[in-house]
Structures are given as structure tokens and as C-alpha cells.
Design a protein around this ligand. Structure first.
Ligand SMILES: NC(=O)C1=CN([C@@H]2O[C@H](COP(=O)(O)OP(=O)(O)OC[C@H]3O[C@@H](n4cnc5c(N)ncnc54)[C@H](OP(=O)(O)O)[C@@H]3O)[C@@H](O)[C@H]2O)[C@@H](O)CC1
Ligand SMILES: [K+]
Length: 488
């Protein structure tokens, strides 16, 4: 898993890599520029548009000068806009790349920029070197870039955005941010999404082993991390191996939640799925999902199941049932929706939750559970504390959902799409997580596989249906995610 380092650690990582690879810092900058160019080519921007590159005096600006040179070589009309006084001292690598800007690329002062021209703007003014809110003298430069209505692409970070803490001052509003080596933490904060635009991760050839000595609790979960987390089932596997799970879900008028999570558990691979639903409502689920069995006796032996998912639409009058389940269960379980609201308003229940269980609140439920947060960083810290204190796993849902683990690690998921913001998507996830637990996955792996495949299934559904995606479409695409990732 890719470590997410702090802006301060970048220089040290550079130093280690430069030493290991036997290259100069200027060569590393060239790699960054080349990596950017390969993304640029994949975008197929209209070639008739001129490119305006805003460059600062540090290494972020150095990237910009190199990119200007490489784009010019590719046949683009390129203009550079200097974001520093003429005669300023530049970083050594930026100066070298400035010296290498070919004659065909005209260099102007940023004040000469005409924002009403059509073109593509590259923001290479400030990157991870920014450690405090920008100086007053830099504000008009940011405003100038933001007055440009065309596509804006930020290099490494939108200028003005701090790499890993909340930012309040002016910053560039980018359509894309092409960030090097690892995602900068601030690019994953929901409050920055309108500034960072779509994040693109550009590889600059630093291997994960070079990150080994860097302490961090933040990680970025990618497709290549998933397959090894899966269990393999052979030819002789039987229903029992795929697990017997129960879902406590649904109530009068909200039986859809029970249907969605049960079906998702089946689609994820569970051998046997039992739904605990109100007896009067059983007809709905039994005709919608004939593969699901129903039970109604709340005094059942909950430990006869390999895994349990509790909460979707059970109603807030089920505290006693929830308490009985928590007291009875010896294995980790999945808790969602109404179960979390009940726990939030009866906090004495928290200590009854089996260790290593998985909680999947939406933001409203999370706030009820741990209190209000001032921003995402504050939320991350509060959740980490909660998970470590109670030895629980918790998912913060949203773009780049955060998988907060019992040991304090927090993993940002990279799969998913905005089209998953639809009723019942969370019920599908509960079914998937419960299914993986029931298939014998350790809770950490169940959470990682469940969240990643859920996001991937949502992406596939979103590609076909865009905003008409409904939760059932996510479920119907779970199988395709297994094919895509080659999970047997
Ligand atoms: N491994 C990687 O990831 C690689 C990283 N690389 C790239 O290097 C970038 C980091 O470069 P960096 O360290 O030179 O800093 P950078 O962002 O250019 O900022 C320095 C400039 O900001 C200015 N400035 C400072 N504070 C300010 C303020 N409050 N308000 C206004 N201005 C302020 C400061 O001015 P000064 O204080 O010196 O007067 C100076 O001019 C990184 O983001 C990536 O793009 C690649 O090239 C290679 C591989
Ligand atoms: K930038």
C-alpha cells in the first residue's frame, strides 16, 4: 500500500531516491515532467489551444519550465508566465530548467496574462514547499489564474493549498491536479475537492520500499493491493466454505434495505444468507430474493452464523435486540445505519461490540457517534482515537472513503464514483462486508476487499448508467469486479 507522506517528508524522500537511483535532483524533476507529459497525451486536449504555464521560483516552478519545454517539443504553442520578480533567485533546478526553455516559448510576467484568451492553463506556481498561508503579494497571482475560465491543471498541488492541513486562504481552483509519487493528504479532503478537481497520480519511479523508513498512519489503497487480500477457494469448496451469514435488516416500509444487503451478500459469494426481518414482511424479501432464507426468532443462537450484519433500516425501537446480539456475539460483526444511531444514543453499548467489528456510519451517523468535527483532518483524528480506544474498525464514507483500522492506520480508498451517492448503496456495502467476514476473511481484509469491490462495482454501474445508477446496479456489477481483478 502506498504511504501518504507529509509535505515535509518529500525532500527527504527525494534525497533517499536520488541516492538509491544514482540520479541528480534535476533528473528526478525531468522524470516528473515526463510523467506529466504522458498523462497530458492521454487526455487528447485540442491541439489548436495554446498552453499557458505559470511558474514559481521553487521546484514546483522548475517542473513547469520543464513541462513548457517538453510540450513545445511536442508541437504545442506554449507561453510561460513568471510568478516572481525578474532577477529573483530561483532554486537551482528551476533555474536550470528556465535556462533550457527554448526560444520559441515566450516568457512573460504574470501581470501580462490575458485571461480572456482561450487555452489550457498549467499552474506550477507553488507546491509542497508552501508551509504557511500564502503571502499577500501572491494573492493576485492566484486570483489571476482563477479568473481564467478554461481548463486549469495544477502541478503537484493547487497553488495556495497546504499539503496536509486545512487551508483557508486563496488557492487555485483546478480541474485536474497531477500529483507526484503519492497523493498529498489535502487532495483527499472533501472540503478541497472544488480546488483539486480530479486527482491524477503520476509515477516518478520511486519504489514503495524507499518509503519504508517513513512513519505515517495514512495509506492510499489501489487496485494492485487487493488481490493478495482475497482468500482462494479451490475446486472442492462447498457452500459451508463460502460462509453462512445473517443480516438483521428491514422494517415495515423499508424492506428494500433487507433485500439489498441480502442480495449483495449472495453476489459477493456467501454460501447461505439468512435475513432476520419482521415476520409480517417476509413475503416481500422471499419473492424478491428466493435464494435468501428468513428467520424471525430473535432468541436465536447468533453464534451459529459465520458472520452477522446488523442495522440497515431495523428502526430505532430495536435497542433491546441490538443489545442482546452484541452480548451474545463472540466474533466481529458489521454494524450499520440504525444500529449505529442506537449505539450513538446509548454509548454504554460501545463496550459490548465484539473487538475488531466493522462500523459503517454515514457522516450524520458518525457525527452522532463521535461528535462534530471542525474539518476532515479533525474527523480523521477523532475516528482514529475512537478505533484505537475501542479496538474497532470504522469506515468514513465518501469520495476516498477512509478505512480506519484498530491499530490507527487510515487507508484512503481509490475506487468509487459520485454516481454511488444513491439510496441503498450503503445497504449493499453492509451485505458485501458481512459476506467477506463470513467467507473467513480477517476483518481488515473483509473491510479492504468490501470497500474496494463496492467502489469498483459502483464505477462499472456508473459507466453504464451515470446518474441513473441505483443500488441494485452496484450489486449486479459485483461479479464483474471479480473478473476484472482476477479473483477466482
Ligand atoms: N518527490 C517529489 O515529489 C518531487 C517534487 N518535485 C516538485 O517540487 C515541488 C516542491 O518544490 P520546493 O520544495 O522547491 O517548493 P515549492 O512548492 O516550489 O515552493 C517554494 C516556493 O514557494 C515560495 N513560498 C514559500 N512560502 C510562501 C508563501 N507563504 N507565500 C508565497 N510564496 C511562498 C518560495 O518563495 P521564497 O520563500 O523562497 O521566497 C518558493 O519560491 C513539489 O511540489 C513538486 O512540484 C519534482 O520536481 C521532483 C520530485
Ligand atoms: K502548483
Amino acid at each position: 500500500m502506498l504511504k501518504i507522506l507529509s509535505g515535509d517528508q518529500v525532500k527527504e524522500l527525494d534525497r533517499i531516491h536520488i541516492q538509491n537511483a544514482g540520479i541528480s535532483s534535476h533528473e528526478l524533476m525531468e522524470r516528473a515532467a515526463l510523467s506529466f507529459i504522458s498523462w497530458w497525451k492521454s487526455m487528447e486536449f485540442p491541439k489548436n489551444l495554446p498552453v499557458f504555464v505559470f511558474c514559481g521560483a521553487g521546484n514546483n516552478g522548475g517542473d513547469g519550465f520543464a513541462i513548457a519545454r517538453l510540450l513545445f517539443k511536442e508541437g504545442w504553442e506554449v507561453q510561460v508566465f513568471r510568478c516572481f520578480e525578474e532577477g529573483s533567485v530561483l532554486s537551482a533546478d528551476a533555474q536550470k530548467n528556465l535556462d533550457w526553455v527554448p526560444e520559441g516559448v515566450l516568457i512573460y510576467d504574470w501581470k501580462e496574462f490575458n485571461s480572456s484568451r482561450e487555452g489550457l492553463l498549467i499552474d506550477s506556481f507553488l507546491g509542497v514547499g508552501l508551509k504557511s498561508p500564502i503571502r499577500n503579494s501572491a494573492v493576485p497571482i492566484i486570483e489571476c489564474m482563477n479568473s481564467f475560465p478554461g481548463t486549469k491543471i495544477s502541478i503537484d498541488l493547487p497553488s495556495g493549498l497546504l499539503a496536509d492541513s486545512p487551508t483557508f486562504g486563496p488557492r487555485v481552483k483546478a480541474d485536474f491536479t497531477v500529483t507526484f509519487a503519492f497523493p498529498k493528504l489535502a487532495l483527499l479532503f472533501p472540503e478541497n475537492s472544488s480546488f483539486s478537481g480530479k486527482m491524477v497520480l503520476a509515477d516518478i519511479g520511486i519504489s514503495e520500499s524507499e518509503y519504508a523508513s517513513f512513519p505515517t498512519s495514512y495509506f492510499f489503497l489501489q487496485e494492485k493491493d487487493i488481490l493478495s487480500r482475497h482468500r482462494v477457494f479451490g475446486q472442492f469448496a462447498h457452500k459451508g466454505d463460502f460462509g453462512k451469514v445473517a443480516l438483521v435488516a428491514g422494517s415495515k416500509g423499508k424492506m428494500g434495505a433487507a433485500i439489498l444487503c441480502s442480495k449483495a451478500a449472495l453476489r459477493t459469494g456467501s454460501g447461505l444468507v439468512t435475513a432476520f426481518v419482521p415476520e409480517d414482511e417476509r413475503g416481500i424479501i422471499q419473492s424478491a430474493v428466493p435464494e435468501v432464507m428468513c428467520e424471525f426468532d430473535e432468541n436465536t443462537d447468533w453464534n451459529k452464523f459465520d458472520a452477522l450484519g446488523v442495522g440497515p433500516a431495523i428502526g430505532l425501537d430495536k435497542k433491546d435486540l441490538l443489545q442482546d446480539i452484541l452480548k451474545a456475539c463472540s466474533k466481529p460483526i458489521v454494524l450499520d445505519a440504525d444500529a449505529i444511531t442506537l449505539i450513538a444514543s446509548n454509548q454504554d453499548l460501545i463496550s459490548l461490540i465484539p473487538k475488531n467489528s466493522i462500523l459503517t456510519p454515514h457522516l450524520g451517523e458518525l457525527e452522532r457517534l463521535i461528535g462534530k468535527s471542525t474539518d476532515h483532518l479533525d474527523r480523521l483524528m477523532k475516528v482514529k482515537e475512537f478505533c484505537m480506544k475501542w479496538q474497532l474498525n470504522l469506515l468514513i464514507k465518501g469520495a476516498y472513503s477512509v478505512l480506519s483500522l484498530v491499530d490507527g492506520r487510515q487507508l484512503f480508498n481509490s475506487s468509487g464514483t459520485q454516481y454511488m451517492a444513491t439510496a441503498g448503496a450503503g445497504d449493499v456495502l453492509t451485505g458485501m462486508l458481512t459476506s467477506f467476514l463470513g467467507q473467513g476473511y480477517a476483518p481488515e481484509n473483509a473491510l479492504i476487499c468490501g470497500v474496494y469491490h463496492h467502489g469498483k462495482a459502483g464505477e462499472l454501474a456508473g459507466q453504464q448508467n451515470r446518474r441513473s445508477t441505483i443500488a441494485s446496479d452496484i450489486s449486479e456489477n459485483i461479479g464483474k469486479t471479480y473478473t476484472l481483478l482476477n479473483v477466482l
